[in-house]
Structures are given as structure tokens and as C-alpha cells.
Design a protein around this ligand. Structure first.
Ligand SMILES: *Cc1c(COP(=O)(O)O)cnc(C)c1O
Ligand SMILES: [Zn+2]
Length: 413
């Protein structure tokens, strides 16, 4: 449990007390997302690398660095503590020193979004809110639905027309009030924002609510702890709204400020070539982001108007990282490659990060001494249609050994 000291605007730097502002900076509007700041002087004396060992095997082991103020707000549904797999054979093929795959599809509702929902729903309970809402391309929605169900809070969820069927089914199963908006994610986002204000629901939108990136930050904290605090040289993650990448940056920022680690890894964000407003802003060294129409198979990063653009650009620039884009074809191809090499089955937005790594290797952008962690943000079962496009058909046989033998002989080996 940590009581935040202040909320600081990413654009103008103005600081607010947590009671003073609920969501974004009043001077900068929706673009002015807020960083959650703690009393680092005090925490430095209280926290050591060993402090976390006694915590539970989920994201609440980092409770001293999470902004939840009441113990009763922690829910039993356990997010975090996902595995980090070393894949040495791939590392040597790619010409780098070490490669780790962080499987965040192993969260309770099968995506990294659970880290944010755990904290978001806990904050709703902290603030004694009576309902919670969000707009989402799918995973934030199913995640919120799961955590809200456990908390007994009604959840109002706005999803775009293109959300995959599995994600919508997951929402309905959890009992959320699902509003399927005839439009893209941006349209769903706008309607949700209006409705939230109109009805007074608690806002789980990660790019608006400052506390949610704190939940996502636990992915980075885990990577550091899993590597015995020897942080990787680079962390690769896919980018839509820009909250996950901001969470990764915040993790390594907090650890550095606490003196628990010695370096900031380079952070590489991956976007789909068809929807890459942040990659373009980095390439052009722009101070703002020009929004695009979008349209990629990786629905979770099909965000033409990234809401947390300012924090995302900062994560890349201050870590001296990079952005890279990958085609939809490369994203789909990366699904079976990743599964066959590491055992991790990713949805397209997850495999996009791995495709980004392959693209960097191809272009000679990786150093031979680099130790790299790739975050796989969502599970492949979320989007079976896309997975099927990346693989062949099964062998069809009669229930007869002779037929099986004949057909097996025909398979090219
Ligand atoms: C939400 C999501 C992302 C992108 O995260 P942002 O915070 O929107 O940048 C990537 N992959 C998956 C699977 C997601 O659900
Ligand atoms: Zn501001």
C-alpha cells in the first residue's frame, strides 16, 4: 500500500495532490495524462530487493509501489507473476546474447490488461464507486469484466464493432453490460467518455486514469526481479494506446529512483505498419502525434488515435529506445514461429512484439551483446480466426489405418 505523493502532468509538469484531480491535467485536458509519484526518499529507506520476497505470488507483492490505499481493495483474482522464458537457441540464431519471452497471456483473463484492471478495480473500491466503465478494443474490456465481477461492481463496457468474437463472449460470460458500438475504437472511446461523465461511473480507461499504468508497471518490475535485478538491455513490446509501454518505462524508472537497479533498458515499441502513428512521430522527431485511420489484423493495437501518446513517446525517448513497424503478414507469421520456438501462443498484438524483434534482427539493428526481453501481451486463444490464417489445414483421413498411411506418405517432409 502506497499513498501517492502527487500526480504530475506529462505535458506541463504541473503537480496535483491525489485528492485534487481524478483523471487528467485540468490545464492540458485529455492529452495531459498524469504520472503517479511516491515519496521516494521514504521508500528508499523502506524497500530493498528482498522486500518483495515475502509478498504473495501475484502483482500485490509490489504493493509498496502500487497506489492502492486500503487492504480490503485487493481482490483474490491474481494478476501477474507470469513466466519469463529463456530461449537460448533463438538468441543465438538472432545473433544476440540472451532472449527472454514474458508470457503475459498467462494472466487470469489472458492478457496483460489484468495488471491494470486489478489496480483499477481496487481504486474503484478505494474510492467507494458504485460502477466502473471503459472503452476497449477487447482485452481491457474482458479484463475489467472479470475483475469487476469478483468485486461485485457493475461494469459498463464499450467495444468497437470489430472486436473478435472470443473477447465479446468473455465479457458476456463475466456478466458485464456490453455496449457494441457501430464504429471503430475511437468512436467507442468517445461514447464511453461521454457516458462515464453523464452517469458518474468510475473510468477504467488506462490513458485517462493515472493509476492504471501503475498496474501495468508490474510487468516491468517482474522482469527485473525474474532476472535478479540485472535488467535487460532492451525490452520489446507492442503499442496501441501507449499505456503498456509507459508502464514498462515507469517500472524501470521507479527501480532506478529507488536504487534497486543500475540501468534503464532501451524500450522498443512495435506497431503495425497499417496503424503506426507513434512510430511515425518518433521517426519524424515530432512533439505531437498525427492520428491515422488504422486497420490491422492485430486488433488490440489497432489504435489510430493513441490516447497515451505523450507518455509513450517519452518512454521511447528517455530510454534511448526505438519504434519499429511490422506488416500484418509478419505479425501472422510470427504466431506459429513464436509458438514453435518458445511454446507461447500469442494473439496478433502479442506476436507483433516478436515480429518486431525479428525485423530488427533482419535489419541489423541488434547488438551481439544484447540481452533482450520481449513481452507477449495476450493469449492466442483470444483470436482463433487470425491464428488459423497463419497455419495450414489438418490432415483429413478416414477412420482407417490404410488411409492414414497413404495420406502420411503424401505429406512433404
Ligand atoms: C492493449 C494491448 C496492447 C497495447 O497496449 P496499449 O497500452 O494500448 O499500448 C498490446 N497487446 C495486447 C494483447 C493488448 O491487449
Ligand atoms: Zn498539464
Amino acid at each position: 500500500m502506497a499513498v501517492p505523493q502527487a500526480l504530475r502532468c506529462v505535458l506541463c509538469g504541473k503537480e496535483y495532490s491525489p485528492g485534487e484531480v481524478q483523471y487528467t491535467c485540468p490545464s492540458c485536458g485529455l492529452d495531459g495524462t498524469l504520472d503517479v509519484l511516491y515519496d521516494m526518499e521514504k521508500l528508499r529507506k523502506e524497500i530493498s530487493r528482498n522486500s518483495f520476497l515475502s509478498g504473495p505470488p501475484n502483482l500485490w507483492r509490489y504493493r509498496e509501489l502500487l497506489p492502492v490505499e486500503r487492504e480490503s481493495s485487493y481482490l483474490p483474482l491474481a494478476a501477474g507473476n507470469t513466466p519469463l522464458y529463456a530461449v537460448p537457441s533463438l538468441a543465438s540464431e538472432l545473433g544476440i546474447k540472451d532472449l527472454w519471452i514474458k508470457d503475459d497471456g498467462r494472466n487470469p483473463t489472458a492478457s496483460l490488461k489484468d495488471r491494470a484492471s486489478a489496480v483499477g478495480v481496487a481504486k474503484a473500491l478505494d474510492f467507494r464507486q458504485s460502477a466502473i466503465a471503459c472503452a476497449s478494443t477487447g482485452n481491457a474490456a474482458s479484463s475489467l469484466a472479470g475483475f469487476a465481477a469478483v468485486a461485485g461492481l457493475p461494469a459498463y463496457i464499450f467495444v468497437p464493432r470489430r472486436a473478435p468474437a472470443a473477447k465479446v463472449a468473455q465479457l458476456l460470460v463475466y456478466g458485464a453490460r456490453v455496449i457494441l458500438v457501430e464504429g471503430n475504437y475511437e468512436a467507442a472511446f468517445h461514447l464511453a467518455t461521454e457516458a462515464i461523465e453523464h452517469y458518474g461511473w468510475y473510468n477504467r480507461n488506462c490513458a485517462i486514469n493515472p493509476y492504471l499504468v501503475e498496474g501495468k508497471k508490474t510487468c516491468g518490475l517482474e522482469i527485473a526481479e525474474e532476472l535478479s535485478w540485472e535488467v535487460p538491455d532492451r525490452v520489446v513490446i507492442s503499442v496501441g494506446d501507449g499505456c503498456c509501454i509507459s508502464g514498462i518505462y515507469k517500472a524501470f524508472r521507479d527501480l532506478l529512483d529507488l536504487g534497486l537497479t543500475e540501468r534503464m533498458p532501451k524500450i522498443t515499441g512495435v506497431q503495425a505498419a497499417n496503424c503506426a502513428p507513434l512510430a511515425k512521430a518518433i521517426e519524424e522527431n515530432a512533439s505531437r502525434v498525427a492520428f491515422v485511420e488504422g486497420g490491422t489484423v492485430a486488433d488490440s493495437i489497432d489504435v489510430g488515435a493513441p490516447r497515451n501518446w505523450a507518455k509513450a513517446l517519452r518512454a521511447v525517448r528517455e530510454s534511448r529506445g526505438s519504434m519499429i513497424t511490422v506488416s500484418d503478414e509478419a505479425i501472422l507469421q510470427a504466431i506459429p514461429t513464436l509458438a514453435r520456438r518458445s511454446g507461447v501462443f500469442a494473439e496478433p498484438a502479442g506476436s507483433a512484439a516478436f515480429a518486431g524483434l525479428l525485423e530488427m534482427a533482419e535489419r541489423g539493428l541488434l547488438g551481439s551483446s544484447e540481452r533482450i526481453a520481449v513481452v507477449i501481451t495476450g493469449n492466442g486463444l483470444k483470436d482463433i480466426e487470425s491464428a488459423r490464417k497463419s497455419v495450414g489445414e489438418p490432415l483429413r483421413v478416414d477412420p482407417d489405418l490404410k488411409d492414414l498411411q497413404r495420406k502420411l506418405r503424401e505429406i512433404p517432409s
